[in-house]
Write a protein that binds this ligand. Structure first.
Ligand SMILES: [Zn+2]
Ligand SMILES: [Zn+2]
Length: 765
């Protein structure tokens, strides 16, 4: 870093030129600076690299052709976990450096540098973890610049050890040496630690520590083998774990967790074990081994009693922390249930005291790591859908990456919807979508929602009064009420328009006009009724005009209508002229149906809806799902899996989204004794055909070529397969179908759509 004497420099470096380079994107905490350091040396360049708030800044000087090659390598060979969103370079003045160095971080204005999501343990660290002679042999907190925790340990920016939850551990001389050696894999790896200086894992039974370090892990693996239930601290929260092949353990976990039927996620030792459980397509394999390591839904090839009742799919993930690998190595069962540690639908536990208290009645023991978790980050869920990979829950491994760039400079906070809530903060045009937060009707989820907003604003140093706050039209949403209390200007966005906007925003399609189909369970409509079967024509700048919708039905009984399929059926079937006795076989509807029907007749406590989700519930009720749902979307999932067991059949009539001919045909076929699976299949085909044909009709009428699909109904893989078939049989010539890729098609994507429409409104006004 020393500056040379001018004349000496001139004689030595007559052909030197200099460049200033700035890389933005995910470039901090992913081994970027050491990579730049090595690259600079390789190309015989001098200068420096540093972490600045807008990204990584580099000054290099040397031979012009080497400078060019250096920039080319920066672009084409970045570290695996890095993501360069933008690389700028400009000529600079030669300053005569005689070496290349890594400089201290600077701190100037607002930190818009992106925070890396948490990363799975890398191959090099795994080799050391199981290398007998390595000083980190069996150390559960091993990590390096290519792997380990990031978002879940960050307390502030820029990303430096003192601003992480590792701040209380002082590095030993060996770790310090690695940390400061630019040629080492742990150079500036902020969470670097070893058994001598770092945190450990402890095993608690009844609030007593019964094991420490490796002994704790060994004991935990043994308990899992013996069929016990363990709470295990991971990256972004606690899991509850048990042997997935031990039915007794699985059922005990369901009972203690108050989780009746909702599927449990599994963690398998490796890909070979995964292949014994599910059909793993190439696309699914790419997802499950991707750097985000999500839970991947794939068709089950075995039956694991109690794990995913009435579900074709199993949700599977690979181990991603060193601790997970150690548990398997110590003989834990090769297939573990690994479900978020909470009761029912509370948010995942992530603080030790809270976990010890809340999980005491559920887990036989807790494996508690000493490194604190800065914020709650659930496992992500993804699937390789027929129309491309789809994220169903976006959290660990994805959040808080920016998903897209919006055309706005002022900050925007959008607060999402009340179910599957996420929030989005837009800073300098970058849209940071939060991790999955949950259903805000639960008090703890609502608290998590407030925490996440505070956290994001604080992290990116955004003052509340600068904000444009975007919320849903629903006047009673908890998120809306919260938004109304925040300072700043506000904008309300209709739910289903936000769904379609989210797809266009992901692709930066600011000026495109499309036909958008938004099908889901519920969303507040322009007319104050509950929408959920909407077709729009329009775009982000011009807005979306509603051009068609499901024929409305009148539903009785508020929220319960979404929990009891027979209650939805009472409303939809009321629109039909003649009905058989539905309390008799083969329907066997319970009394609740008659009570609900009476409410509809008298018009008491009813509301009007165009919800396709409730239409699914109605058909499910007619085919035998007459009880209560124990989780959102259960009847629709049941119907999808029932339909899969049938060969392909011709679709029911569903003209102009009028459900009456469709439901009449369902009832007639059911009375005639047609297999329920075939009826379910014909229903799916009818829906697919109507989506496709409505889409094409409006595209033709407006000279458009793109159909956008979003909303929770489009998580239905069978529906997408049927749509894909229609696209491929030639009837879909010149029609492109766009769906969400970066955020979920369900309400987890709403906050992005809100932010996009917020950005546009600001530009226009
Ligand atoms: Zn590593
Ligand atoms: Zn150490």
């Amino acid at each position: 870093m020393t500056r040379k004497d001018e004349s000496a420099q001139q004689s030595l470096e007559t052909s030197s030129e200099a460049l200033f380079v700035r890389a933005r994107g995910i470039v901090q905490g992913v081994g970027f600076r050491p990579f730049v350091y090595r690259l600079a040396r390789q190309h015989d360049l001098r200068g420096w690299v540093l972490n600045a708030e807008e990204g990584v800044e580099i000054h290099v000087e040397g031979a012009p052709e080497q400078l060019q090659a250096f920039v080319e390598d920066l672009k084409t060979r970045p570290p695996a976990a890095a993501h360069i969103a933008c690389l700028e370079d400009a000529p600079a003045e030669v300053q005569g450096f005689d070496d290349f160095s890594i400089r201290e971080s600077t701190r100037r204005n607002r930190p818009t540098v992106r925070i890396s999501p948490d990363l799975p343990v890398c191959e090099a660290c795994l080799r050391e973890l199981f290398g007998l002679a390595d000083r980190r042999y069996r150390y559960p907190y091993i990590n390096c610049t290519h792997c380990g925790p990031r978002y879940s340990i960050i307390l502030g920016l820029p990303y430096d050890r003192l601003q992480t939850t590792m701040k209380d551990w002082t590095m030993c001389p060996d770790c310090t040496r690695e940390y400061h050696d630019p040629t080492d894999r742990r150079f500036h790896a902020q969470p670097v630690a070893c058994p001598r200086c770092g945190p450990q894992y402890l095993l608690y039974k009844q609030a007593q520590v019964v094991g420490r370090g490796h002994e704790a892990i060994e004991q935990a693996a043994r308990m899992l083998r013996e069929g016990q239930i363990l709470a295990v601290k991971g990256l972004g929260g606690y899991h509850l774990a048990c042997d997935a092949r031990n039915e007794e353990a699985v059922l005990a976990l369901r009972e203690r967790k108050y989780r009746k039927e909702k599927p449990f996620a599994l963690m398998v030792q490796d890909l070979d074990v995964a292949r014994t459980l599910v059909e793993l397509s190439e696309e699914s394999k790419a997802l499950i081994t991707s750097i985000s390591r999500p839970i991947v839904l794939a068709p089950a090839s075995v039956e694991l009693p109690g794990v995913a009742p009435d579900n074709r799919d199993l949700g599977i993930m690979l181990p991603y922390t060193p601790l997970h690998h150690l548990l398997f190595d110590q003989g834990a069962p090769t297939t573990l249930v690994m479900t978020s540690a909470n009761r029912s639908s509370e948010p995942i536990a992530y603080q030790d005291e809270d976990a010890l208290e809340r999980l005491a009645g559920i887990a036989d023991a807790l494996l508690v790591g000493e490194r604190p978790i800065a914020r709650r980050v659930d496992d992500s869920v993804a699937s390789s859908g027929p129309l491309g990979p789809m994220i169903l829950r976006r959290a660990r491994g994805y959040a808080p990456s920016a998903v897209t760039q919006l055309p706005t400079s002022g900050p925007i906070l959008s607060v999402g919807a009340d179910l599957k809530n996420t929030v989005t903060l837009v800073v300098d045009g970058q849209a940071f979508v939060s991790q999955h937060i949950g259903d805000l009707e639960h008090y703890q989820a609502f608290q998590a929602f407030q925490e996440t907003i505070r956290d994001l604003l604080c992290m990116y140093e955004v003052a509340q009064d600068e904000l444009l706050v975007v919320h849903d039209d629903h006047p009673q949403y908890a998120s809306t009420l919260h938004a109304l209390e925040l300072p700043g200007t506000r904008l309300a966005v209709q739910h289903h328009r936000a769904h379609i906007a989210s797809v266009l925003a992901e692709r930066g399609a600011w000026d495109k006009t499309v036909v958008g189909v938004a099908f889901d369970g519920t969303g507040y409509g322009d007319d104050g009724t509950i929408w959920g079967g909407e077709v729009f024509v329009g775009g982000l700048r011009e807005g979306f005009r509603r051009v068609a919708h499901l024929r409305p039905a009148v539903l009785p009984g508020g929220d319960a209508a979404a929990r009891f399929p027979v209650q939805a059926a009472a409303g939809f079937l009321f629109e039909l002229d003649e009905l058989p006795d539905l309390t008799a076989p083969p329907f066997n509807f319970p009394r609740r149906y008659l009570e609900a029907r009476e409410l509809v007749q008298k018009g008491i406590r009813t509301f009007s809806t165009t919800s396709v989700g409730r239409l699914f519930d109605t058909v499910a009720a007619l085919l035998g799902f007459t009880g209560e749902m124990s989780f959102e979307g259960q009847a629709a999932i049941w119907l999808e899996h029932l339909a899969r067991t049938s060969p392909s059949v011709s679709p029911y009539p569903f003209p102009e989204l009028d459900f009456r001919p469709l439901l009449r045909a369902v009832i007639e076929d059911r009375l005639r004794g047609r297999p329920a699976a075939e009826i379910a299949r014909a229903f799916h085909r009818a829906l697919a055909r109507s989506v496709f044909e409505t889409g094409r009709q409006h595209c033709d009428a407006h000279g458009l070529d793109t159909l956008v699909l979003s909303g929770g109904v489009f998580q239905n893989q069978l529906l997408l397969e049927e749509i894909k078939t229609r696209l491929e049989d030639g009837s879909g010539d010149n029609l492109s179908v766009w769906m969400n890729r970066a955020v979920p098609p369900n309400d987890g994507g709403i906050s992005l759509g809100q932010a996009a429409l917020g950005a546009v409104s600001r530009v226009i006004s």
